[in-house]
Write a protein that binds this ligand. Structure first.
Ligand SMILES: Nc1ncnc2c1ncn2[C@@H]1O[C@H](COP(=O)(O)OP(=O)(O)OP(=O)(O)O)[C@@H](O)[C@H]1O
Ligand SMILES: [Mg+2]
Length: 347
């Protein structure tokens, strides 16, 4: 079975076709942003203090898993500052010259959003942190003995960096951010509100308990909540006259093979192989991948993190094992020795 035989309903990364849809649902102000109370309050303070002083705010680093609102918050920051937003991304800045070109076009007070900032090249990183600190950089033109450094003054501006891998940022660059927001997975109550809000924007009629059901299957991730809502909407339009009640939401999610906890077909296949074929483990990840007909990377990157987060799967020095909760989720009785296992970290 190939990867695309599995549903992509619960993929945390954005699917190419959903950009416009996502853009339409993005909150535009901090007040509209659901959840993340601490981050919201801290950011409001950063923005208000800067506005009161008539200065550009500190550089902001947003870190956290895909789909939790980093791009959304970057746009909100520019919006609340009524500042022009310039967008770029780490992979687009492979040479220091790429960044110098961007910096030379910066205006006073601009917000420069650098998505996937951990993927910039090392020379570009160095140029960036000089620019962030001193608002000037030396752009080296030419090579070898004939090379000359041309100073470039940059008006005060604010960098908003986003990363799913804050640990990969070099210390000196990380230190240039005056404010770092670490985004966490959302609570079911927040996702419930996000689904209701999105339904309102989509002019979709939905019952409260249906919205809660969709939220609770969204793996703590607003992007997944919005995607599931869209699929439920399709189902409701074609099969149920457009209105989403609890039964419609449940039937649609069942059709898309997203279970009560947000596990999809691949997640369940992994758990079933682990508990069925391998008696709960321990089993190596490669063997487990072969058993579900997948690449090792697919299992490791798509299924395992969520199963570990749920406490269904543990990585031990001898291989992956199923926890008692996993057996329970599959409706199976765990062998008695599982209850006594200790869960060490494999790496
Ligand atoms: N706090 C929130 N309240 C309401 N909607 C949200 C919130 N956070 C994210 N969303 C919605 O979830 C979707 C994904 O958010 P966003 O694109 O900002 O995620 P991201 O962290 O930038 O993801 P990636 O790492 O893939 O770039 C957007 O459509 C946005 O509307
Ligand atoms: Mg983003």
């Amino acid at each position: 079975m190939a990867a695309d035989d599995y549903t992509d309903a619960v993929l945390a990364e954005a699917l190419p076709e959903e950009r416009a849809f996502e853009a339409a649902l993005r909150p535009k102000t901090l007040e509209e942003l659901v959840g993340q109370e601490r981050v919201r309050e801290q950011l409001a303070l950063v923005i208000d203090a800067a506005t009161a002083r008539g200065r550009t705010p500190d550089h902001v680093l947003l870190s956290g898993p895909p789909g939790l609102g980093k791009t959304t918050i970057a746009m909100i920051i520019a919006n609340q500052l009524t500042a022009p937003l310039r967008l770029t991304s780490g992979p687009a800045i492979q040479h220091a010259g790429d960044l110098a070109a961007i910096l030379s076009g910066i205006g006073e007070g601009d917000v420069l959003f650098i998505d996937e900032i951990h993927r910039m090249s090392r020379p570009a990183e160095e140029l960036l942190y000089m620019a962030m600190e001193d608002f000037r950089v030396d752009v080296v033109v030419g090579k070898g003995p004939g090379a000359t450094a041309i100073p470039l003054e940059i008006p005060p501006f604010t960098v908003v960096g986003a990363t799913t891998r804050a640990g990969l940022l070099p210390g000196p660059l990380r230190d240039r951010f005056g404010f770092t927001a670490q985004l966490d997975y959302y609570e079911p109550a927040d996702l419930h509100r996000i689904v209701l809000r999105s339904a309102r924007l989509l002019e979709l009629s939905i019952d409260d308990d249906a919205a809660r059901e969709i939220g609770s299957r969204s793996r703590g991730t607003p992007r997944i909540a919005n995607r599931l809502l869209r699929r439920v909407r399709d189902y409701a339009e074609v099969r149920a006259g457009g209105h989403v009640d609890h039964a419609v939401a449940q039937a649609a999610l069942e059709l898309y093979e997203v279970d009560q906890l947000g596990l999809d077909r691949l997640d369940r296949a992994v758990l079933q192989a682990l508990c069925g074929s391998f008696g709960g483990g321990p089993v190596g990840i490669s063997t487990l991948a072969v058993a579900v007909g997948e690449e090792r990377e697919t299992v490791e990157e798509l299924a395992e993190p969520f199963l570990v987060r749920l406490g269904f799967l543990a990585r031990t020095p001898r291989g992956r094992i199923a926890t008692p909760a996993a057996w329970q989720h599959l409706g199976l009785a765990a062998p008695s020795e599982v209850a006594q296992l200790s869960f060490d970290d494999a790496d």
